[in-house]
Design a protein around this ligand. Sequence first.
Ligand code: DDQ
Ligand code: CA
Length: 258
Amino acid sequence: MSAICVLGLGVGCSCGPVHRRPTEGGPTRKVARIVQEYPHSTEAFTQGLVFHQGRLFESTGQKGSLREISLESATPLWIERLGDVFTEGLASDGERLYQLTWTEGLLYTWSGLPPTRERTTPYEGDGWGLCYWQGRLVRSDGSSTLTFHDPETFEPLDSVEVTLQGQPQEQLNELECANGVIYANVWHSTDVLEIDPSTGRVTAVIDASALARNVASQVRGITDAVLNGIAVEPGTGRMLMTGKLWPKLFEVRLETLD
Ligand code: DDQ
Ligand code: CA
């Protein structure tokens, strides 16, 4: 790098973002450390994971289902199979569960325990991840856009583009709204992004590759067995992560790197 680049003058050289010092507006680097391992069903093509009324719920894709799961056994405590519907992201507003579908354009709203399907609401576009933030449902659709919806009508109200140092971040999958941020799995990546909901800016990149390494020998050869599924327990702040078809669900602790 020439002296002129080091000075950041940007004259006569390609002083693009690669030459920027990492401390200049760059995201915080975090690592997900494994605290505890729990069983997870290898038949669960995990698309959504969320705590709801003190219980843990999972939405699975391919052949869709909504299930209540436990940390004690891989066998679900309760399951409702949804047939040939590819269900996706799952969110709770404390009272109801909301479940997306990948390309069917239908939002399922569930209420009660065990949950019963109360409404089916059509919407435009793909459904990937879903979480509930300040009275709105936040939906990812595989692009770099997060769309904020009215929970009752599912009308889109607002949207934000997710960027990392100015670069749009695509393939955002499972979401979790907690700790004032939106956590997002990036499809086929072991990075989880921490996003500021009001600006879309990625404030931290969480390296969750230790989880994928832990299960690697057990999911070898299954290309779709990727990290997906984040849930933060209200009250305790306990963070859980898993992956599609993974035999384990992990409790993790986020550690900030210097
Ligand atoms: N998505 O989660 C990224 C939205 C979709 C994942 C789809 C993975 C392909 C599975 C193929 C299943 C064929 C029924
Ligand atoms: Ca979640």
